[in-house]
Write a protein that binds this ligand. Structure first.
Ligand code: AMP
Length: 564
């Protein structure tokens, strides 16, 4: 039955009403109203109306059913399309491998200076050979541009996308310049990086490039015995690779670190240094070095704080801006996965569904808090999915271990807070998932910069509440790169939610046990140090012999009680 047919039937009915034919029987439509006694012919009209009405209703209900079934079909089609997209988001692109190949070739020329060879950069044979050993056939664009400038002794302010070979870009010219000056009894270069992990990574890169060369370097970071570093520094290594905290500590409290003769000072990840609040340390370091030094400032993002630092540290710098698409790598494909604003509780199930179906290995998941990060690790553990954690609640040793393990492929997933975002050189990361949108664009750039490194392809997915989408889009606008849509399969998410709900008591139990264990460990440590936790201080039996002299602030209350 067509729509027009139905419409004409209803119109007829309305026309009859308007003519007044049916006015008397309007009560028929209200069962509460009493129907008056009617003559025989009126009864016939009434029957006719009832029949007509029934017919109209039946026609409408058939139509309703038809519409309903059609809607169902459309919904099913959409769901199927979504599932397909969800299962294989890149399927469309993979249909034309030729195009993919062309794309890769284009990518190469964006990252690499394909017309340049390492030896053309006036690097010595030992360094060129080490580069080739590392599989570096051509310098990257940032290397081709920065190496000659650093060799010429000029100050540099460089911004380059993440994973573009920045570390070798400043290490190679430094090693070239100072490798053969063994008769000079002072350290010649100081490289400052914001975190211990990054400093360690830079040091590892130095060791690889130094394979056939004769340079010396010292790693100066926290959480390593200071005496060992002091001994190394007294031998005047050519290069000092350091974090700002330990550098200032040694400058203030030890005579082993002399930086007044430093010829090159490098600040890598400059924006992060400022963001982490190291401005005071940077000023102290700048003051302790000579004004004649050469300074290099490198960052993936050039924000206001970096400009502020550049005014402070640089002298007439040459500005180098390479491979810059708002700091994002060319090979990165960005996805957005929306979840309804009132369904934040589905975030966990959505993420795990994604990990189970699409991103099954070499994936980093960035999480805002240490607590959520650890909870996810527990949930994944119960679901037989292997993961390691990297956040501030872990010791330095545990952090290095997690980094190494993930790098070696011992785990499918790395769950991390922003601590791991910066500069960590994890090769072959297939995807980065943002469990929530990051606080600001710089963090986003550094997080997604863990994939699509050095010309490779990679995927990023950001899970975003509907009401945060505008904020997120604004945040990443500067990248000018396309944002694709990823849709989670609602059925699978629902199943996963149920599975997690069933696991909830066990998850809670693990967390509770861990908290209790931590408390015991804390108490043990305090006892070893001779401290008594405050809760116990009220118990008179536990009061130890007070030390002679003034009572310590912490134990003041207890001491007062004792003396009284
Ligand atoms: P970076 O941007 O310094 O963190 O380096 C990212 C990655 O690029 C590291 O794994 C380096 O080993 C690698 N790399 C650096 N220079 C080159 C090059 N010229 N060719 C290929 N890979 C490189």
């Amino acid at each position: 039955m067509s729509n027009s047919q139905i419409q004409s039937d209803s119109e007829e009915f309305i026309q009859q009403q308007e003519k007044g034919d049916l006015n008397f029987y309007s009560g028929l439509f209200d069962p509460c109203e009493e129907v008056p006694q009617k003559p025989q012919e009126t009864q016939t009209i009434k029957d006719k109306v009832i029949q007509q009405t029934k017919q109209t209703f039946s026609k409408q209900s058939t139509l309703n059913q038809k519409i309903k079934s059609k809607l169902n079909k459309v919904a099913l089609k959409i769901r199927k399309q979504n599932e397909q997209f969800y299962e294989e988001p890149e399927q469309v692109e993979e249909e034309d491998p030729q195009q993919d190949l062309q794309q890769e070739q284009q990518l190469d020329s964006k990252i690499f200076a394909i017309d340049t060879e390492f030896h053309q950069l006036k690097l010595n044979k030992a360094l060129v050979k080490a580069c080739h050993d590392q599989g570096y056939t051509h310098p990257t664009n940032v290397q081709a541009k920065i190496i000659p400038i650093i060799m010429n002794g000029k100050d540099v302010l460089a911004s380059s996308c993440t994973g573009s070979g920045k570390t070798a870009a400043f290490l190679l010219p430094i090693m070239q310049r100072f490798g053969n000056l063994k008769n000079l009894q002072y350290s010649k270069a100081l490289i400052i990086l914001p975190t211990r992990e990054l400093a360690l990574q830079c040091f590892e890169m130095f060791e690889k490039l130094n394979k056939y060369a004769n340079c010396t370097a010292a790693l100066v970071i926290g959480a390593v015995p200071i005496q060992q570093q002091e001994t190394e520094l007294r031998k005047y290594p050519d290069i000092i690779i350091a974090t700002p905290g330990r550098t200032v500590d040694l400058l203030t409290n030890s005579s082993s670190l002399e930086i007044q003769n430093i010829e090159i000072l490098v600040f890598d990840e400059a924006d992060r240094l400022m963001e982490m609040g190291f401005e005071k340390e940077i000023r102290q370091i700048l003051q302790a070095t000579s004004k004649d030094r050469q300074t290099v400032l490198i960052s993936a993002t050039l924000n206001a704080t970096v400009k502020q630092l550049s005014l402070l540290a640089l002298n007439n710098p040459i500005k180098v801006n390479v491979d810059f698409v708002g700091g994002l790598a060319y090979g990165l494909k960005q996805y957005l996965l929306r979840i309804r604003s009132n369904q934040d509780s589905d975030r966990e199930a959505t993420l795990i569904t994604l990990l189970k179906t699409k991103f099954k290995e070499k994936t980093i998941i960035f999480v805002k808090t240490k607590h959520d990060c650890h909870r996810l690790a527990i949930v994944l553990g119960f679901l037989d999915m292997s993961s390691c954690e990297l956040h501030g609640n872990l010791s330095q040793q545990q952090r290095i271990q997690a980094y190494e393990d993930f790098k070696e492929g011992k785990f499918q997933f790395l769950l991390a807070t922003d601590l791991a975002a910066r500069g960590l050189d994890l090769t072959d990361v297939k995807a980065v998932i943002n469990y929530e949108i990051p606080y600001e664009v710089t963090r986003y750039i550094h997080r997604v910069g863990r994939t699509a490194r050095i010309g490779a392809q990679g995927i990023s997915v950001t899970i975003c509440l509907e009401n945060e989408v505008v904020k997120f889009k604004k945040m990443i606008r500067q990248s000018k790169q396309q944002l694709f849509k990823m849709i989670a399969d609602t059925n699978k998410v629902r199943q996963m939610r149920r599975q997690i709900q069933q696991l909830e008591p066990q998850i809670r139990k693990v967390i509770k046990e861990e908290v209790a264990e931590m408390e015991v460990r804390k108490t043990e440590m305090m006892t070893q140090k001779g401290e008594i936790p405050m809760e116990e201080s009220e118990d008179d039996d536990n009061i130890p012999e007070p030390k002679k002299g003034k009572p310590q602030m912490k134990n003041k209350k207890r001491a007062k009680k004792f003396n009284n």
